[in-house]
Design a protein around this ligand. Structure first.
Ligand code: SF4
Length: 827
C-alpha cells in the first residue's frame, strides 16, 4: 500500500504484482481512496488559503461570497457556482442544441409517406476543404441529431469538476467483487461510487433486452429516444427556437419527469452498487439504471468501468470520462495489451459488406431527391467505400489465402486514398445517419415479409446473415480503423474466409492518450510476468523515472508449494510435446501413464491443462481406445472442460462436491477426487478458483505456444522487432514495410521474446489457479522437455518469482514422482 500511495503522490505509471490471496483489491482500494481523501483535503486547504488572500471572488470588488461558510467557498477550486447563481455556459450549450426543422420542409417531402418521413435526415451542409467545423443547415439541429447521440439528458447540468479515481476491470463480475471488497472498508460510506456498464447489462426494458445483442439493444434504445415516441416541444425564446427538455422518451423507464431520474442518480451515488444492484434498483423504481449511472459518473469520487469504457476515446467522451489529473487503476492488467488491440481492431465479412451496401443503396435511392447535398455526398461516399471494399478479395493473395498490407498500401491499391475518413467518421457520428439507414432497411424488410428477428446468440438476422445496423457498424468500424497511422496496424485480407480485418499492432499509440491525461496509472495483476513485453507494447518511450514496479511475494510459505519441471515420461521417453510430435500415439500414451501416476500420488483434485481443445479431444479419444482412460478412472473421477461456457458452472459444482470426501486413506478403495482436463485459454484457465482440494496438483501438458504461422502473429512479431530496432518514436512513423508473411523473424529478438511471452502468460494464468490463499497448498508439474532445455534462456526464468522459489528440475519421472509424493504426505 505504501508503494502504491507513493506512486499516486508522484504520478506516473505503477506496475503492481500481487498474487491471489495477498489482498490486492483491498490494497488498491485503501491506498487509492486514502490518497484521494488526502488530496481532497489538501486541495480544499489550498483553495481556502487562496480565497482568503483575495479581496473578492471575481476580481471586481464583489464580496458576495464573504458570508458563505468555508467549506462552500473552498469548493471553488473545482468550479463551484458563481455567486450570481448562474451555471456557466449552460445557456450556450442549450442554445447550441436548440433548433428544429424550418417551416415548410415537411411539405417538400412529396411522395414520402408519414412512416417513411421518420427516416429522413436533418440537413447537413458540405464542409469546406479546410476540414473546418461542420454546419447544420440554417443553424437548425434536432434533438436526435445533436452531439448527444447517445441520448444524454437534454437538461444536462454543469457539475463541478472533482478529482476522481477510475477503477477498470475486464468483466462485470470482477467489478462486483471490487464492490464487495469496498463494502468491507470505511471508504464505502465516505466516497460516492458510480458503476458504468453497457445497456446490455443495465437495460430494464424487457422488450429491448429481448433483442439479445448489444448493438441492437443500443440501437433500439437510441431509436426509442430519438424520433419514435419522443415529442418535441418547440417554443420561441428570445428569438431562438428551443427544444424543451420536457420531451419524453419512447422508453417508459426514462420518464419525462427528470426529478425522479435525478433521485435515482442520487440513490446510486449514496451507496456503492454493482451492476446487479443497480439493475434491481432500476426495476424496483421503474427507472432506467443505465442513464442513472451515466448521470452519476461526473459526481462520483470513484468510477468503476469495464475496459472498453476506458480504452476507447469515443466511449470516454460519450460517457464523460475525464482522465485529466485523475487516477486510473487497471486490474487484471495482464490482459491490457490484448484489450487495447482488440477494441481498436475491426473486422468485416463479405456478407456484412453486401448487407451494408444494399442498405445504403436502397436508402439513397428512396430519399435521394430530399437529401441535402452534405448528406447526399457522405452517403454516396459510404456506398463507394462498401462497393470498393467488396473487390478486395479479388486481389492476389499469399499461399495461405491471406494478404497483408499497411493501411496506406491497402488504400492505394483499392484506390481509396482520396477518401477523407476523418470527415466521413465525424459525419456518421454527428448525423446519426446509421440509425436512419438501418431503421429504413429493417422497416423495408418487415414490409416485404422478411424475418428480421435477431439471432439469440449473435444478434444477426436470420434472413440476411447480418442486420443492417450491425453490418453498417462493421463498415464504419473498418473505416474508422483506416484512420490509424500507417505503421500502427495492418490490413489482413483473408480470401478463403472472405473477411477483411484491421489489426492494431501498436497498442501504445492508443494507450498513450490515457497516460498523457491521467495523473497516475496503476496496472495491477496477480502476475504481470513477463513484464518486459508489457512495457514495450504499452509505454516504450516512458522514462524510467516515471515507471514504478513492485511485486508482492505470495502469502503462501514456499514450503506449501512444489513446482517440478519434467522432461521425461514414466517410460523414460523424452516428453517432446511440440505441435508436430505430440499427436503421436506414443506421446499420448506417455501422458496418460504420467497422469495416472500423478492421480495415484495426489489426493483430492488434479487439474491438467492441454494446449488446445483439438489436442485435448485427440488425446481423450486415444485414451478411450488404449485403455488409459479406464486406468485414470480407477484413480479419479474424470471431467472435461466443456466448450460451452454455460456448462462450466455445472462441471465445477461436480468437481467441488468430490474433494471434501477425497483423502489419501480413501484412495486405496477406488476413485477418489476429480481429474479435470482443461484447455489453456479456455473458460477454466482464468478467473476460476481451484482452491484447496479442487486442485492439489496442476499439470501443464506441453507448452501452449501460439501458432507460429498465424499471419497476424507474424506481423506483430515483425512490428516489435522493427520498433526495438528504432527509437520509440519510430513506432509511429510510416516507414515500415508491408509484410507479406514471408519475411524472416529473428530467432532471438523482441518479436521472438513476445512469442514466448504469450506462452508464458498463458502458463502463469493456468498454474496460478491452484494457490488461492494463505492456508492453501499445491504441486505444479510442468511436463515437456522444453521446460528443462535452453540453458540460461530456458522459459523457467519467466515464471513468477514466488514459483521459482519452489522450483526443481527433475532428473526423471521417478524423481518427480517421489518429490511430489513426499510433498503431498508432508502437507
Ligand atoms: S432508456 Fe434504459 S431501460 Fe429504456 S431502453 Fe434505454 S437502456 Fe433500456
Amino acid at each position: 500500500m505504501q508503494h502504491l500511495y507513493s506512486v499516486l503522490q508522484t504520478g506516473g505509471v505503477g506496475l503492481l504484482e500481487s498474487p491471489t490471496g495477498t489482498g490486492k483489491t483491498l490494497s488498491l482500494i485503501c491506498s487509492t481512496l486514502q490518497w484521494l481523501e488526502d488530496r481532497n483535503k489538501a486541495d480544499a486547504q489550498e483553495a481556502l488559503a487562496a480565497s482568503t488572500s483575495q479581496e473578492s471572488c471575481c476580481g471586481t470588488g464583489c464580496e458576495a461570497d464573504s458570508d458563505l461558510p468555508d467549506w462552500m467557498r473552498s469548493r471553488g477550486a473545482f468550479g463551484a457556482l458563481h455567486p450570481s447563481g448562474e451555471a456557466p455556459a449552460k445557456g450556450a450549450k442549450q442554445l447550441a442544441r436548440s433548433g428544429a426543422r424550418p417551416p415548410g420542409l415537411q411539405e417538400e417531402r412529396q411522395g414520402i409517406s408519414k412512416e417513411e418521413a421518420e427516416f429522413l435526415l436533418d440537413e447537413w451542409e458540405s464542409e469546406g476543404e479546410d476540414c473546418g467545423s461542420k454546419r447544420k443547415a440554417n443553424g437548425y439541429a434536432s434533438i436526435d441529431s445533436s452531439s448527444d447521440e447517445d441520448g444524454t439528458d437534454t437538461e444536462e447540468e454543469e457539475t463541478p469538476k472533482r478529482r476522481q479515481v477510475y477503477f477498470c476491470s475486464r468483466t462485470h463480475s470482477q467489478l462486483s467483487q471490487f464492490v464487495s471488497e469496498l463494502h468491507r472498508t470505511p471508504f464505502a460510506a465516505s466516497f460516492s461510487v458510480a458503476t458504468v456498464a453497457s445497456r446490455k447489462a443495465l437495460c430494464i426494458n424487457d422488450s429491448v433486452q429481448r433483442l439479445g445483442n448489444a448493438t441492437r439493444i443500443n440501437e433500439k434504445c437510441l431509436d426509442l429516444q430519438s424520433g419514435k415516441g419522443r415529442k418535441k416541444v418547440v417554443t420561441e425564446a428570445q428569438g431562438n427556437t428551443k427544444a424543451s427538455s420536457k420531451s419524453h422518451s419512447g422508453c417508459p423507464f426514462r420518464k419525462a419527469n427528470m426529478t425522479s431520474q435525478r433521485q435515482l442518480k442520487d440513490t446510486v451515488l449514496a451507496m456503492p452498487m454493482d451492476v446487479e444492484d443497480m439493475a434491481r434498483l432500476g426495476r424496483r423504481k421503474e427507472l432506467c439504471p443505465y442513464y442513472a449511472a451515466r448521470a452519476a459518473l461526473p459526481e462520483a469520487d470513484l468510477v468503476l468501468l469495464p475496459y472498453p469504457a476506458l480504452l476507447l476515446k469515443e466511449t470516454r467522451e460519450s460517457l464523460g470520462v475525464r482522465l485529466e489529473g485523475n487516477v486510473v487503476v487497471v486490474d487484471e492488467a495482464h490482459n491490457l495489451v490484448d484489450a487495447v488491440n482488440n477494441v481498436h481492431s475491426a473486422l468485416i465479412t463479405a456478407q456484412q459488406l453486401a448487407t451494408a451496401h444494399s442498405a445504403l443503396e436502397s436508402y439513397y435511392q428512396r430519399f435521394r431527391a430530399l437529401l441535402a447535398p452534405g448528406n447526399s455526398k457522405h452517403i454516396q461516399t459510404l456506398m463507394c467505400l462498401a462497393s470498393t471494399l467488396q473487390k478486395c478479395w479479388n486481389r492476389p493473395s499469399g499461399a495461405a489465402g491471406t494478404r497483408l498490407d499497411t493501411v496506406n498500401d491497402f488504400l492505394f491499391s483499392m484506390e481509396l486514398d482520396n477518401m477523407n475518413f476523418f470527415r466521413l467518421i465525424r459525419y456518421i457520428k454527428e448525423s446519426k445517419v446509421l440509425v436512419k439507414i438501418a431503421g429504413y432497411a429493417d422497416a423495408t424488410s418487415a414490409r416485404a415479409g422478411d424475418e428480421v428477428t435477431p439471432n439469440a446468440t449473435d444478434g444477426q438476422t436470420q434472413s440476411d446473415g447480418g442486420s443492417g445496423m450491425s453490418s453498417l457498424h462493421a463498415l464504419v468500424g473498418l473505416a474508422s480503423a483506416l484512420n490509424n497511422a500507417d505503421a500502427d496496424g495492418r490490413i489482413i485480407v483473408d480470401t478463403a474466409a472472405k473477411t477483411l480485418k484491421f489489426v492494431l499492432l501498436n497498442a501504445g499509440a492508443h494507450f498513450v492518450q490515457v497516460l498523457a491525461s491521467a495523473h497516475a496509472v496503476v496496472l495491477a495483476s496477480g502476475t504481470l510476468a513477463p513484464v518486459s513485453s508489457l512495457k514495450q507494447q504499452l509505454f516504450p518511450g516512458l522514462p524510467a523515472t516515471q515507471l514504478h514496479q513492485f511485486s508482492c511475494g505470495h502469502v503462501v510459505p514456499k514450503e506449501r508449494l512444489l513446482a517440478v519441471a519434467l522432461g521425461r515420461g514414466p517410460t523414460g521417453a523424452t516428453l517432446d510435446l511440440r505441435h508436430e510430435q505430440r499427436a503421436q500415439s506414443s506421446s499420448m500414451d506417455e501422458i496418460g501413464t504420467l497422469l495416472t501416476n500423478i492421480c495415484q500420488a495426489v489426493p483430492q483434485g488434479v487439474v491438467a491443462f492441454f494446449p488446445s481443445f483439438a489436442y485435448a479431444d485427440a488425446v481423450y479419444a486415444h485414451w478411450q481406445s488404449s485403455g488409459a482412460l479406464a486406468a485414470l478412472r480407477s484413480k479419479k473421477h474424470v471431467f472435461r472442460e466443456p466448450r460451452s461456457s454455460v456448462e462450466v458452472e455445472a462441471v465445477l459444482r461436480q468437481v467441488s462436491s468430490l474433494y471434501h470426501i477425497a483423502h489419501l486413506a480413501q484412495m486405496e478403495k477406488g476413485p477418489s477426487g476429480a481429474l479435470l482436463l482443461c484447455v489453456v485459454g479456455g473458460k477454466m484457465s482464468e478467473g476460476i478458483n481451484f482452491a484447496d482440494g479442487m486442485g492439489r496438483c496442476v499439470v501443464m501438458v506441453g507448452m501452449p505456444f501460439p501458432n507460429p504461422t498465424d499471419p497476424e502473429l507474424c506481423e506483430r512479431m515483425r512490428f516489435m522487432d522493427t520498433c526495438a530496432a528504432s527509437t520509440p518514436a519510430a513506432c509511429t512513423d510510416t516507414s515500415s514495410a508491408a509484410g507479406d508473411g514471408v519475411a524472416p523473424i529473428s530467432a532471438s529478438s523482441p518479436g521472438r521474446e513476445y512469442f514466448e511471452d504469450l506462452c508464458m502468460k498463458a502458463v502463469n494464468q493456468c498454474i496460478g489457479r491452484v494457490i488461492r490463499h494463505r492456508g492453501d497448498w499445491a504441486a505444479i508439474l510442468l511436463a515437456d522437455v522444453r521446460w528443462t532445455a535452453g540453458g540460461a534462456n530456458k522459459p523457467l526464468r519467466k515464471l513468477p518469482g514466488w514459483i521459482q522459489e519452489s522450483l526443481v528440475v527433475a532428473s526423471g519421472f521417478g524423481d518427480a514422482y517421489s518429490r511430489i509424493r513426499r510433498f503431498v504426505r508432508s502437507m
